[in-house]
Design a protein around this ligand. Structure first.
Ligand code: NAP
Length: 172
């Protein structure tokens, strides 16, 4: 069983050790292995992005359907479509037979979507940033269970962690 919408909302993000996703523009660490992980996870899926992140990623979309959060009703993405809320995005994904909606950032989109999320896929880089755009805090509220952690070494060590919301059943 999944949530009543039938759509599992997943947040996927790369975080510094102190919880930042960006220093202002772009992703703060260049990790080819993580880029491949992101590409693999997002392939063929319906995505939800804030307008700023969508603008940064334009040109990247291939077999994805991006739903773009914006309060500007005159905004028309060249690929995908605008949504005014996370709920609208979930509804559109459901109407189109999707079982998952992948939230790809940025900070405002993660903050808007985390209460609807059942799954978090977090790349955690072993470096402090000290400032920037934050990922919403999630570990302290006791709602999440760490299901998997893959540790990667090298010059810039990182781990890929999968969390599931407690007491929910999951289809994916
Ligand atoms: N490390 C990572 O994994 C990762 C992933 C993605 C992005 N990023 C980084 O994150 C940064 C961008 O984050 P951000 O927080 O500044 O911007 P964002 O979330 O990408 O986009 C913000 C915009 O989305 C729309 N929006 C946000 N919340 C909304 C809501 N509840 N309802 C309706 N519209 C909403 C608004 O657009 P309008 O102004 O049009 O109303 C807002 O200006 C970039 O530097 C990007 O590179 C990092």
């Amino acid at each position: 069983m999944s949530l009543p919408s039938g759509v599992v909302v997943t947040l996927i993000a790369l975080l510094s050790k102190d919880g930042y996703i960006s220093e202002g523009v772009g992703v703060p660490f260049d990790l080819p292995e993580d880029k491949q992980h992101f590409r693999d996870y997002a392939a063929g899926k319906w995505l939800l992005l804030g307008r700023r992140t969508y603008v940064e990623m334009i040109g990247w979309f291939r077999n994805h359907v991006p739903l773009v959060l914006s309060r500007d009703s005159s905004f028309q993405p060249t690929i995908g479509r605008r949504v005014a809320s996370v709920q609208e995005a979930i509804e559109i994904a459901r109407e189109n037979g999707q079982t998952e909606l992948v939230v790809c950032g940025g900070g405002a989109a993660y903050a808007a979507a985390i209460s609807a999320a059942e799954k978090l896929v977090i790349t955690r880089v072993d470096r402090l940033l000290g400032r920037g755009v934050m990922f919403p805090s999630f570990e302290q509220d006791g709602s999440w269970r760490l299901k998997k952690r893959d540790v990667h070494g090298g010059a810039l060590p990182f781990s890929i962690e999968v969390y599931r919301r407690k007491r929910a059943d999951f289809t994916i």
